[in-house]
Design a binder for this molecule. Structure first.
Ligand code: PXL
Length: 278
């Protein structure tokens, strides 16, 4: 049976991130991606003056409708959430529409490069995201988000493999069995680390650094990772992290060569064939 995974993210009409990334990536990998739009924006928030319509008020009925029409999910992948109530709604979705053994992948989207996003306006939101992570099976913070989850200032992290291992073990102790930390650097390369609490395996994938910052690459990474973990023949955590990291790197390299505005994110569209062939 084809896997069904719900993607709970905003839809930003312009600029590649959130649902406009999760949907094509999961589809290219053969997964039935079921969309739960948490908000509608004209463009992602790195653009000026964007419109923002929060859909929290709609989601309870949206989820109850899915339950009544028989939507049964193998997994739930949550990203950018606009309110504390939406964090509860992710759990409601799992309760009402999750198959037995439904796995929850939480990308705790809260900030990047040492800065928290505006949504993280108050401690209540961070506390709620921590609680959601505690109930997740897999969490995928970057270093800024690791710091926020562990109660540090967003820029108070150390970027070393030793520190990343420590963060991953501390996050796993709070509940999730698999942790993936993105945005690491080492000897001029960039990469990600992973920790599996069930096997006590720790690993790192480092690759060429493309020296350009593109918004939305965290969503691209976690979308590929999620797709690999839910493949018909599921990838190991190591192979899923490697596939995601290398895909993001290839997309960034191609986009840099094309020279499109960085704010528009990476051009993954002409690279999707790599995911289908793999
Ligand atoms: O990529 C994370 C993300 C998701 N959704 C919106 C964003 C961002 C990052 O800036 O603005 C609306």
């Amino acid at each position: 049976m084809q896997k069904k995974v719900a993607a709970v993210h905003d839809i930003s009409g312009f600029g590649r991130c959130a649902l406009t990334t999760a949907l094509p990536i999961l589809s290219a990998c053969g997964i039935h991606c079921c969309s739960v739009p948490s908000a509608v924006l004209s463009a992602h928030t790195a653009f000026k003056g964007v419109t923002f319509r929060d859909l929290t008020e709609d989601l309870d009925a949206f989820i109850r409708n899915w339950a009544s029409i028989g939507v049964r999910l193998d997994g739930i992948y949550s990203g950018y959430l606009g309110s504390e109530k939406q964090i509860e709604q992710v759990l409601l979705l799992k309760e009402l529409c999750g198959k037995e053994g439904c796995r929850l992948i939480v990308d705790p989207v809260m900030g990047d490069n040492g800065k928290a996003y505006a949504i993280v306006g108050h401690e209540g939101f961070i506390t709620a995201i921590r609680e959601l992570c505690a109930k997740a099976d897999v969490v995928t913070p970057n270093l800024t988000e690791c710091a926020l989850l562990l109660g540090m200032e967003p820029n108070a992290y150390t970027d070393s493999v030793e520190a990343a291992e420590d963060y991953m073990r501390r996050l796993a102790a709070r509940g999730p069995s698999q942790i993936v930390v993105t945005g690491l650097t080492k000897d001029g390369q960039v990469g990600a680390g992973y920790y599996d609490k069930n096997t006590d395996e720790v690993g790192f994938i480092f690759h060429e650094h493309i020296p350009v910052y593109y918004p939305g690459t965290g969503d691209l990474f976690t979308s590929v990772l999620t797709a690999r973990l839910f493949a018909d023949q599921p990838y190991s955590l190591h192979d899923a992290v490697e596939s995601a990291a290398l895909f993001v790197m290839e997309c960034a390299k191609y986009t840099n060569a094309q020279g499109s505005p960085t704010i528009e994110g990476v051009q993954f569209e002409k690279q999707l064939y790599r995911l289908i062939q793999e």
